[in-house]
Design a protein around this ligand. Structure first.
Ligand code: ATP
Length: 431
């Protein structure tokens, strides 16, 4: 049943232009995916809502866009060169590779074969900078965006004239050579992260950690994810990553089980101190009010864009008797409204096209005149479009149209002139 649901979602994504296998004409490449016309819009909308929630709707977070390729010392200091590893085992018979922490028994779950001993495998992608391929020119593709924030802490502090507490937010690509990528876009080798690092006085870190946990759960509610499908998992001491004193995973109930979609960490002063030691530059904060100097603690909230997108799709997918419907919250739906002339004559297409062009300035619109209006509605239901506007013979007499809602399929009549205001309100485009 659960695999069945994932298969249906993967197939809908391909059919409707959400997600395609990367390099498909060459047979694809494991764990890399491309976003199609609808996928790219959904992704942008998710990122935009996160970005605005961090840097527009509050007054204590600045934005940053650091480069993917950084000085190799960054990854030495952060602990990634030595410690960003997964232990893996290979099946001697069928050659399949597994993460050691993901297997339960002593033998291969696929063929019953014997395993090799565990070997550590660094997840960072290595490449070379410049023309010479030698040890000294080795660089890494960043496995997380966070380090770009730490090394820019003093820059942002000075240029924005911030005082603690404040945060720095960043959205960008990260790369991990995962041992066992799987579950569609859940675990990829190239993915995007939305990360915010919040710098605080050490003695207030625990309080901010709890506050950010609540703020992030509130964000999931606002974006419209079902409450009962979300939970928090607090890490035991032995589960904690090396840089954190406390950690929560925000988990979602996917068809393949409860899995992490976001990590919330109290990273203490680990990263700033490591970079300070390694670079010889101070990353302390000076409190002008009392002359005190200290290294701030950091509370991190780190979410995956692609996992969030998968969460939205899984959460929205429903099958009804006569239709498949993606109940994506209007705020993030790729297309906000479909515009349809009831029939392809009597001047209806002209009026519908005019409405389409007027709405374009406010939101993503899709015009469709082919097939029965019922089929056109179904197509948009499956694509996740929350509203449909239909031009019929009455429109030609009194300038009114019907506005259909995807979720309850109810229709109301309103004046064409009222459409932009009404739709903007329903969609909460900028709320
Ligand atoms: P996991 O235990 O699933 O490997 P993680 O604990 O290593 O995840 P973090 O390092 O905390 O993950 O990364 C923060 C977020 O980045 C995750 O919650 C997830 O949403 C996203 N993320 C991490 N790795 C991947 C990946 N390979 N593909 C897609 N998203 C990812």
């Amino acid at each position: 049943m659960s695999n069945d649901l994932m298969e249906k979602i993967v197939s809908l994504c391909k059919r409707r232009g959400y997600v395609y296998p990367s390099s498909e004409i060459y047979g694809g490449i494991n764990s890399c995916w491309d976003y199609g016309p609808l996928g790219v819009e959904l992704k942008r909308n998710i990122k935009e809502f996160w970005w605005k929630s961090m840097t527009y709707y509050r007054d204590d977070v600045e934005g940053l866009d650091a480069s993917i390729i950084m000085h190799p010392m960054v990854w030495k200091a952060s602990g990634h060169v030595d410690g960003f590893t997964d232990a893996m085992v290979d099946c001697k018979k069928c050659k399949l590779r597994f993460r050691k922490d993901e297997i339960n028994g002593e033998v291969c779950p696929e063929c019953g074969g014997e395993f090799t001993g565990a070997r550590l495998f660094n997840l960072m992608f290595k490449t070379h900078i410049g023309a010479v391929e030698e040890e000294a020119s080795t660089i890494y593709l960043r496995p997380e965006t966070a380090q770009g924030i730490y090394v820019n802490f003093q820059n942002v502090l000075a240029s924005s004239r911030r005082k603690i507490p404040f945060g720095i937010a960043q959205i960008g690509k990260a790369f991990r050579n995962e041992v066992t990528p799987k579950n569609f876009i859940f675990r990829m080798r190239e993915f995007e992260q939305m990360e915010m690092q919040y710098f605080v006085r050490p003695e207030t870190a625990e309080e901010w950690f709890d506050r950010w946990r609540d703020t992030r759960m509130q964000w999931y509610a606002e974006i419209g994810i079902k409450k009962e499908k979300l939970r928090l998992h607090e890490h035991d001491k032995d589960e904690l990553p090396h840089y954190a004193s406390r950690a929560y995973d925000v988990q979602y109930q996917f068809p393949f089980g409860w899995e992490e979609i976001e990590g919330i960490h109290n990273r203490t002063d680990y990263d700033l101190k490591s970079h300070s030691k390694s670079s010889g530059k101070t990353l302390e904060y000076f409190d002008g009010s009392n002359g005190e100097r200290f290294t701030p603690y950091v509370v991190e909230v780190s979410a995956g864009v692609d996992r969030m997108l998968l969460t939205c799709l899984v959460d929205a997918y429903e099958e009804e008797e006569n239709r498949v419907v993606l109940r994506l919250p209007p705020r993030i739906a790729p297309i906000k409204v479909g515009v349809f002339p009831l029939v392809k004559r009597d001047g209806m297409p002209e009026v519908a096209k005019k409405i389409t062009n007027e709405l374009r300035r406010h939101m993503k619109v899709f015009y469709d005149e082919s097939g029965s209006v019922g089929r056109r509605y179904r197509r948009q239901d499956e694509a996740g479009t929350p509203f449909g506007v239909t031009v019929d013979s009455q429109t030609l007499e009194d300038d009114t149209v019907t506005l259909r809602s995807r979720d309850d399929m109810k229709q109301v009549r309103l004046k064409i002139a009222e459409l932009p205001g009404k739709l903007t309100e329903l969609i909460k485009v900028d709320a």
